[in-house]
Design a protein around this ligand. Structure first.
Ligand SMILES: [Zn+2]
Length: 66
């Protein structure tokens, strides 16, 4: 089972964060209303990273409520 420490998802880049500010894009709009879980190890090679437009490795939500 995956160890998930992040509790909220960034609304702009879908990154899962445990801080109050998204470390990926600096966004402050975070929500706990998200679905799915994705761990990207190498964003430049990951097909999933391209789909959700992720440029950094890390944890991402598949779907984030707007
Ligand atoms: Zn973000």
């Amino acid at each position: 089972m995956n160890k998930i420490v992040a509790v909220k998802a960034c609304k702009s880049c879908k990154r899962l964060v445990s801080e109050k500010i998204c470390p990926g894009c600096g966004g402050r709009e975070l929500t706990s209303d998200f679905e799915g879980y994705l761990f990207i190890i190498d964003a430049s090679k990951s097909v999933f990273a391209q789909i959700i437009h992720a440029s950094l490795k890390g944890e991402y939500a598949l779907r984030v409520a707007k």
